[in-house]
Design a binder for this molecule. Structure first.
Ligand SMILES: [Zn+2]
Ligand SMILES: [Zn+2]
Length: 749
């Protein structure tokens, strides 16, 4: 008889870990106990040596998702004579309990099978869940994570559910959101005026009928309202675009099952694993030719954001409609997703024909996460459902820090006890709803994690809602406020994610962020070492006539770039059609008088300018659309790079612009220009890397959402012996700014 104590660390609380341990122990005739505590889960197990060895092997290697075991330490103990049975002990002993708030998890295989099996208690029940799956973060009001502290407090358990909840052998042992048709939430079908017209199965069927008829359905999903519409119908998709004021930005598509998804997109082995994971993100996949999904879902885009139903409700809907559905956040463009019922009806009432809703409140919005896989692994482009608010150990020791991020695709981050807790993707802070959500999320994270920040961090930009909130909180709490330059934060984020403190060379290429010299940066090479940051190189700045207006009008970037290179003059023939009437003359006059024409070194704006010159995208569009057009035009084509002119690390794009103009005059097509431009950017990266003289190079910024650019730059640098680091678990776009801010503040010790 042997007794061993195992200390297990990782994602092991709130994810069904202890019931699994219970089963493993009972199956092996082991006695002992398991309990949660500050550092994870401790297990004491006693029994025959070979059975204990097998128990440890399974513990280390075969624990099912969503639990993630990081480490198992074991030590032998004196056996307890006569001990019998295995117990799960109550947690919460001691005051140093490290809070764990589990993320929302996709429906598991067992629950899926149950919902699909006639005769089962939960047959066709849309709110089925267990300890391995279901809502978590979106329904937890406060800790400890017990049912009375969740949105399920309004649903007293029926005897059947109470029995399952209390039985350690049941997979619903201590499943806080446990529910069934007798005691749980139910579906409602509502008209846009709020009048309900059907309940339960009839409500589901009503929504299925509406979708088949091409109508827009507002669905109360797991973490907020979503718009659903038939993805095979060009008219239906266009109707949704018109109502949402979303002209061209791609929609994600949810497929009924893996087979139908694979018919529409190329799916590799790693992608299959992600599709079936508890995080169940939207994956950016390459579209196959033809297929049922209508072109208008992602116009001109070779990729498709595709995912599988991740709740029983989505599964039942998709199976009923039996065709792929557009599944997109329930909002008007630029607003946060609606998640409260009254608010959803008020804001979305005119946008959908019917609302499929239910009576389980959503306590905070959690969007779908977005992942792209390439040869080297995953890149998280949007970090939300399935990931937030999991703590990530980054070894950033020091004071408790709260970082409020930037302005677009925003997240906030809390650094506590060496772990980083990043909020879900909050979106843009351009309107009141966005700023409100920011403030609520600050309250949320501080309450959940019992945190009292000793330092606050924000961007240098004085007008961001995040900066203003940070200033207000710093004065209320009497804490110090650290302001971190935007691209310093980008580089620090990528370094911190990789466990690096520097010195590293950071290539931080994005739209724009305020630089420490008052101009708009976005094409920088920075030497970062801990809290210190030095600008090693940058793009030679060019003016942006109209400033912010240039973000939505690539032609303005082209006009400003041409002004910087050639001075006043007529637009080149290819660009002229993009300027109606007096537009060109007006912009030239602004530039001549230096009116509202801030200087920028942004590579994002350079992408815009080149896309406009190449005739790909001159007017309107969503952020990043022009850069995507260039990325797609270039494809896998390899061409000679355009040249740069160099002066002390400053890259002058004049020869590049002249090269583009002469290629255009020679009748070369956009694909040729795009390939040369991408090659030129790889050259740019290499020159800066050599200038930096450091082996470690980190890539960050929205431009590195561009797969082709990222691959070319990485390969070019790796060939020359540089070690290139990319974002993996945090987004390269401004979603990582809060992480970088927190790292810089922590490094300031
Ligand atoms: Zn389940
Ligand atoms: Zn029940």
């Amino acid at each position: 008889m042997i007794r061993i104590r195992f200390q297990v660390r990782g994602v092991v609380q709130g994810v069904g870990f202890r019931p699994t341990v219970y089963r493993l122990a009972v199956e092996r005739d082991l006695s002992g106990s398991a309990w949660n505590h500050a550092e994870g889960v401790t297990i004491e197990a006693q029994g025959a040596a070979e059975l204990l060895a097998d128990f440890e092997r399974v513990l280390r290697q075969e624990i099912p998702l969503p639990a993630r075991v990081q480490s198992v330490a074991s030590e032998a103990m004196a056996a307890i004579p006569g001990e019998s049975g295995f117990q799960i002990l109550e947690s919460g002993r001691g005051s140093d309990l490290r809070p764990v708030v589990p993320p929302d998890l996709a429906v598991c295989a067992a629950c899926t099978a149950e919902v699909a099996t006639p005769g089962e208690r939960r047959y066709r029940y849309p709110f089925t869940n267990c300890t391995y799956c279901g809502p978590r973060y979106s329904i937890i009001a406060r800790l400890p994570y017990d049912r009375p502290h969740t949105a399920m407090q309004a649903f007293p358990m029926c005897p059947g559910c109470a029995r399952e909840y209390g039985d350690p052998r049941d997979r619903r042992f201590h499943a806080q959101p446990i529910a069934c048709p007798v005691c749980g939430p139910r579906l409602l079908l509502r008209q846009p005026d709020g009048v309900s017209t059907a309940e339960g199965e009839a409500a589901l069927q009503g929504a299925i009928t509406a979708l088949k008829a091409g109508q827009v359905v507002a669905l109360k999903g797991l973490g907020g309202y979503q718009f659903l519409v038939d993805a095979t119908s060009a008219e239906a998709v266009q109707r949704l675009r018109d109502r949402k004021h979303r002209e061209a930005k791609p929609f994600a598509v949810m497929f009924p099952d893996l087979a139908s998804l694979q018919a529409a997109c190329d799916v590799g082995e790693a992608e299959r694993v992600w599709l079936a994971s508890p995080e169940a993100p939207i994956l950016l996949l390459r579209r196959r030719g033809g297929g049922a999904v209508t072109e208008g879902v992602a116009p001109g885009n070779p990729n498709l954001g595709a995912f599988l139903p991740y709740t029983p409700l989505h599964r039942l809907l998709l199976a009923g409609v039996d065709r792929p559905l557009v599944c997109t956040s329930g909002n008007l463009s630029d607003e946060p997703m609606a998640f409260e019922d009254a608010e959803a009806l008020a804001r979305l009432g005119g946008l959908a024909e019917v609302f499929l809703t239910h009576d389980r409140p959503i306590l905070r919005p959690v969007d779908d996460s977005v992942v792209r896989i390439d040869g080297d692994g995953p890149t998280l482009l949007r970090r939300a459902r399935g990931f937030a608010p999991l703590a990530v150990p980054l070894g950033l020791d020091g004071p408790c820090v709260l970082a409020l991020g930037a302005h677009q695709k925003n997240t906030i981050a809390l650094l506590k006890g060496g772990e980083l807790i990043m909020s879900q993707h909050l979106g843009d802070l351009t309107n009141v709803e966005g700023a409100d959500l920011l403030a609520r999320t600050v309250d949320d994270l501080l309450a959940f994690f019992g945190a009292r920040p000793e330092r606050l961090v924000c961007d240098l930009h004085p007008d961001y809602a995040s900066t203003r909130l940070a200033e207000q909180l710093a004065s209320e709490w009497g804490t110090s406020l650290v302001r971190v330059q935007h691209h310093h934060a980008h580089g620090a984020a990528c370094a911190a994610e990789q466990g690096l403190k520097g010195p590293v060379l950071a290539l931080t290429w994005d739209g724009t962020g305020l630089g420490s010299d008052g101009t708009l940066w976005g094409g920088e090479a920075l030497r970062i070492e801990g809290p210190a940051c030095e600008r090693v190189g940058h793009l030679k700045p060019f003016p942006l006539p109209g400033g912010e207006a240039a973000v939505r009008e690539p032609r303005r970037s082209a006009c400003g770039l041409l002004w910087a290179v050639r001075g006043a003059g007529a637009p080149p023939p290819g660009l002229a059609p993009a300027f109606e009437g007096p537009d060109w003359a007006l912009l030239q006059a602004m530039l001549a008088k230096n009116l509202q024409s801030p200087l920028t070194s942004s590579i994002g704006r350079l992408f815009d300018a080149v896309a406009a010159l190449a005739g790909l995208q001159a007017r309107r569009g969503y952020e990043g659309q022009a850069a995507m057009a260039l990325e797609f035009a270039a494809g896998n084509r390899a061409e000679m790079p355009y040249p740069w002119e160099w002066k002390d690390g400053i890259a002058d794009p004049a020869p590049l612009v002249e090269g583009i103009l002469s290629d255009l005059a020679a009748g070369r097509d956009a694909a040729f220009l795009a390939a040369r431009f991408h090659a030129a950017l790889a050259d740019l990266a290499l020159v800066w890397a050599r200038l930096g003289g450091l082996r470690e190079v980190v890539l960050s910024g929205g431009c590195f959402q561009n797969a082709r650019l990222t691959e070319r730059v990485s390969a070019r640098l790796a060939d020359e012996g540089f070690r290139v680091h990319r974002h993996r678990l945090f987004p390269p776009n401004d979603g990582c700014i809060s992480l970088g801010q927190a790292a810089v503040a922590a490094w300031r010790n």
